[in-house]
Design a binder for this molecule. Sequence first.
Ligand SMILES: C[S@@+](CC[C@H](N)C(=O)[O-])C[C@H]1O[C@@H](n2cnc3c(N)ncnc32)[C@H](O)[C@@H]1O
Length: 191
Amino acid sequence: MVVRFQDGSTEGIDAWVREDGAAFLRALGIGDGDRVLDFGCGPGGYVLALAQVVGPRGEVIAVDKSVSHLQSLQERIAESRHRDIIEVHRTDSSLTLDWIAKGSLDAVLLFDVLQHISDWDTLFASVRRTLKPEGLLLVNPSYMSHPGKVDVKRMKARLAARGFALERAKRARVMHYDFLHEEEILVFRAQ
Ligand SMILES: C[S@@+](CC[C@H](N)C(=O)[O-])C[C@H]1O[C@@H](n2cnc3c(N)ncnc32)[C@H](O)[C@@H]1O
């Protein structure tokens, strides 16, 4: 099912954050006080919903390489009451995350981003290093064809090799820019 919002505006993201975002993230295991990384955050609909869920005791780190997406995100954050707990970081495509302390994150989101990344092993090792023991890795593999679909079987094997156990898969409506689409989210736990 695809539900379209207003064309060309940010209403899609904002409406999703208002109406569905917090419940969606809580159902995936994000909670009050969590420190969460959204890698490949794009314009950041998930970032604001995450901030709502983790609250003032938590922290959201939003990472992307796109200047324009991060500008849109910054504008949205500036209007948000959660701006004090959101850190925005622009990468130069580096996947090492060496500026994030070891074992400091409760959860990491890789939503609709793995299709852009060829060196999964480096990214998965970085995510594993930065997560706490038993930390959550939430993955939304791409359903779109651009620039190619994620090979989910290969992805699961590479994550298993890096010490991630697949806990469950949950179907839910996820937000892509200005429309919603029902997809599978894979919930992994660091071993
Ligand atoms: C399809 S968008 C998904 C945005 C958001 N996660 C979502 O699900 O709505 C993919 C994002 O990944 C970002 N990206 C691609 N390669 C990246 C890299 N190596 N480092 C950081 N961000 C990257 C792109 O700039 C883009 O914003």
